[in-house]
Ligand binder design. Structure first.
Ligand code: MSP
Length: 542
């Protein structure tokens, strides 16, 4: 009997908090849209690591199917050569560049995957879940999916008279095949019962409603094999067929964590707590995948979270309508940390959003450089100037200092709930930046540069308290922003001299970040490099 999603709510000593990204098609290099999902997953897993949980973060590549096969053919190489080249030259290097801390990277052409896929499908066949049948229908190679006639668009211009895929806006192909079917239709009621019993299974609400309405119409059985091409995992009992690329791909979430191979690892990791997916592939994850698991008696994931699309000119950003801007073009201008921060900060997770240089530049300048970066350098400079770089003790805290402490406690609770539980990255980041604003306001009001002119013991004590409060606030900000911006957070941690007394930044618990007084008096504060330097003029052709 499949466990319900709520049975795997969180990590503990034995169970990992397991997050996945989609495995990406390697028909081309990664673009901003792919990086968006992967960065979100990275922030989520780093957050949970800093809650002290065991975490497993998986990403990888989807290498079978007609789409990849045709791309390789068009480039005059074998599909495997094509995939190897793209994975090594484009995909892995980008994730490294963006500081993605994934624990594994699965490729669907690896033996550890293909063997287990065959076993899984053979098992379903032996259980009577798969039968042979025929199917004819419109197929979109871009989606690698049969479409329903009703969802197709009428072509215009060069495509006049043809039917188009609603996502790719390209003509569909009429496929007629004898192949194997999974009895998906038999899972309609069980899926609906699962959605009902687990309201958080699909996020956001709009995505959940869409799936529920779709399933309520009744499900058709799913064609799970192809016989017109051979770039895939052979069907074990009938190797003229290859397994449908989506069935092959979805199984990565099980094969990568030891399905049928390493029971201890599998039981300690599977199922995923969160599958992050773009909304275009929600149905595969929220309908087909759970039905496959139910058929095997395996537990279902805790949550399928759909992110919106990064848009270009009103369309989903994709290979065919790219802006010409690669992730590396943005990181070389704004830096990796600002890049990781920007998309999560600017777009509510789950909603569509657009990117513009103007918006990125404006937010970088006002929020990162002015609000946050300046605060960090001013505080370090004043501790240097007035106390020789040794953090003074909090000698005379009053109501203004208490207000900062209270503000921090609220920010920590809010950020932890929003990022860690709700996947509301924008809300969590805003909670931290509102606190940064509060600390800026506090310094403006307290005017430490004026208090510094008062040499009396009372004056020195006041100044000490103001600067302690500001530095201790920054200590907490570094902890909270570390999952989002690990490089600059480390710079700040170093500048506060926090490592010697408190240990490594990544070991600091986010939920304890509001516990006041962690940075000890005497910590060595230095004015390091500017966290967010002034931006150069963007290149003219950008
Ligand atoms: N290979 C399948 C997924 C199999 S998962 C078992 C696939 N790959 S994909 O490369 O086409 O895209 C996968 C994901 O990339 C999307 O679902 C989404 O998470 C991300 N994005 C691709 N383009 C995007 C945008 N324009 N905007 C936001 N995310 C985008 O589908």
């Amino acid at each position: 009997m499949a466990a319900t999603g709520s049975e795997k709510q969180g990590a503990n000593d034995v169970q990992s908090y397991y997050v996945s990204t989609p495995i990406y098609y390697v028909n081309d290099a990664p673009h901003l849209g792919h990086a968006y999902t992967t960065v979100a997953g990275d922030v989520l897993t780093r957050w949970h690591r800093q809650r002290g949980e065991k975490v497993w973060y998986l990403t990888g590549t989807d290498e079978h199917g007609q789409k990849i096969m045709r791309t390789a053919e068009a480039n005059g190489v074998s599909p495997q050569e094509w995939c190897d080249k793209l994975v090594e030259e484009a995909w892995r290097p980008l994730w490294e560049h963006l500081n993605i801390a994934n624990d594994d990277f699965i490729r669907t052409t690896e033996k550890r995957h293909t063997d287990r896929v065959q076993e899984f499908v053979q098992d379903l066949y032996d259980k009577g879940e798969i039968y042979k049948g025929g199917y004819e229908g419109p197929y979109c190679v871009g989606c690698e999916e049969y479409k329903l006639p009703g969802e197709l668009l009428d072509g215009e211009g060069e495509y006049a008279g043809q039917k188009l895929c609603p996502i790719h806006k390209k003509p569909v192909e009429l496929l007629s095949e004898e192949n194997y079917f999974f009895k998906l239709s038999e899972y309609t009621e069980r899926l609906l019962a699962h959605y009902e019993a687990n309201p958080g299974f699909i996020q956001p609400e709009s995505a959940r409603n869409e799936v529920v309405n779709f399933v309520k119409q009744g499900l058709q059985d799913l064609s799970i094999s192809r016989s017109t091409f051979d770039w895939g995992v052979p069907v074990p009992w009938d190797p003229k067929h290859v397994i449908y690329v989506w069935v092959d791909a979805l199984l990565n979430y099980a094969t990568a964590v030891g399905y049928n191979e390493n029971p201890a690892k599998f039981d300690g990791t599977f199922p995923a707590n969160v599958h992050l997916v773009g909304k275009d592939i929600l149905r595969f994850h929220a309908v087909i995948w759970p039905a496959m698991l139910m058929a095997q008696g395996l537990p279902l994931p805790g949550k399928v979270a759909a992110n919106g699309w990064l848009m270009v000119g009103g369309e989903k950003m994709s290979k065919s309508n790219l802006t010409g801007i690669k992730p590396q073009d943005l990181t070389s201008h704004f830096g990796v940390d600002a890049y990781r921060w920007y998309f999560l900060r600017a777009i509510a997770f789950g909603q569509d959003g657009s990117f513009s240089w103007e918006d990125f530049t404006a937010r970088y300048t006002s929020e990162l450089a002015n609000d946050y970066g300046n605060l960090a350098s001013r505080v370090a400079a004043m501790v240097g100037k007035y106390f020789g770089g040794a953090l003074p003790a909090d000698e005379a805290p009053g109501a203004a200092e208490q207000a900062v402490r209270d503000g921090l406690a609220e920010a920590v609770a809010e950020a932890d709930r929003k990022v860690g539980d709700d996947l509301d990255f924008q809300g969590g980041i805003l909670a931290v930046f509102d606190f940064v604003k509060q600390v800026n306001g506090y310094i403006t009001e307290q005017e430490p540069w004026k208090v510094a002119k008062d040499d009396s013991p009372e004056g020195r004590a006041r100044l000490a308290s103001i600067l302690y409060t500001a530095a201790e606030s920054l200590r907490a900000v570094a902890v909270l922003l570390n999952p989002v911006m690990p490089e600059t957070s480390q710079q700040l941690w170093d500048s506060l001299g926090a490592e010697a007394p408190l240990g490594a930044l990544a070991d600091q618990r986010v939920q304890d970040a509001g516990t006041w007084g962690q940075l000890p008096a005497g910590a060595t504060v230095t004015k390091g490099a500017v966290l967010f330097p002034r931006l150069e003029e963007p290149k003219k052709d950008a």
